[in-house]
Structures are given as C-alpha cells and as structure tokens.
Design a protein around this ligand. Structure first.
Ligand code: SF4
Length: 162
C-alpha cells in the first residue's frame, strides 16, 4: 500500500465528537451521523445526552459513549490488524459495519469494498500502467488509461505520442 501502516491517519467517523450530530429535540450523537435517529437498545439509540439537559463534557464520559467507543474501537483494531487498506480507510464507517455485519466489532462491508478497496485498486492499477506505458503515450492516451481500466480494456492499445 502507498502509506506505511504506522503512518498518521485521521478517520473522523471513528473519533468521538469529530462528527457531532443533534436532532430537533436536542439529542446528541457522534460517530457516523446516520446513527442519530436509529433505534438500538444496546446503545441507547446512540443518544449520548440532550443539549437542553446535559453538559457536553458529561456526555463525553457517559455510559452510552463508553459502550460505543469500546465496540467501535474494537472494530477499528480488527481492521488495523487485518486489512491492507487500513492506511487509506482508517477503519471504516461504523454505521455500515452495524447495518451490514450486525456489529461494530467487524471489518469489511460492501460499502468499504466499493468506496475504499475498489477505488484504491483502480488508482494503484492506473499508476502501475502509467509507469509502464506513460513514456509512449500522448496526453490524450494518458487520459484514456483511466477509462480503459474502468472498462476492463487496459490492454487495448491507446493513442501513441505524436
Ligand atoms: S477498507 Fe473495510 S476492512 Fe479495510 S479498514 Fe476500511 S472498513 Fe476496515
């Protein structure tokens, strides 16, 4: 992969309060914004508190956030240990893990395959192809490499220089 696994990476969807959501009634949630509005008995409907009643500093230490962090962090750690795309993704989107896998403590989803893995593969394939064929191609030929890859036509000759 392009970046070393120990490289710095910030995934705001797994960092508490990096994304903070509030509904019309003042209920506060964090992590994936889609969590606010979902029902879930295990995580108290993902509501950390209510801005009309609770202090934000108290919500940061409340039982709902502690339980969420525990499971989301465990899922991120599984990703860190097992996924070669971790340095690009940072452990994914919690709401997709829960919706697709039934648990935050999980890794791969259709969402991450389509938006992280496949997209990364395409960019890396394109860079490889560019390294191999760049010198022989015109600007138009280079631009067409991406379209050829997407269409599965990477080996079809493209316009040479000149
Ligand atoms: S691409 Fe998927 S499996 Fe890999 S780190 Fe991201 S969420 Fe985890």
């Amino acid at each position: 992969m392009l970046r070393p696994t120990e490289g710095m990476f910030f995934n705001q969807l797994v960092d508490p309060f990096a994304v903070t959501s509030m509904d019309w009634a003042g209920n506060i949630a964090t992590f994936s914004p889609e969590l606010l509005g979902l029902k879930n008995a295990v995580y108290g409907d993902f509501i950390l508190g209510n801005i009309n009643r609770d202090r934000l500093t108290d919500m940061a230490h409340g039982p709902a956030l502690i339980r969420l962090r525990q499971d989301i962090d465990a899922g991120v750690e599984m990703c860190r240990q097992g996924c070669e795309y971790f340095s690009i993704c940072g452990g994914g989107e919690p709401v997709n893990k829960l919706a697709e896998n039934g648990s935050f403590v999980s890794t791969e989803t259709t969402y991450c395959r389509m938006t992280k893995m496949r997209a990364t593969d395409l960019v890396l394939d394109l860079l490889d192809l560019l390294g191999q064929r760049g010198p022989e191609l015109s600007d138009a030929g280079i631009r067409n490499l991406g379209a050829g890859l997407l269409a599965g036509e990477a080996r079809i000759p493209v316009a040479p220089v000149g």
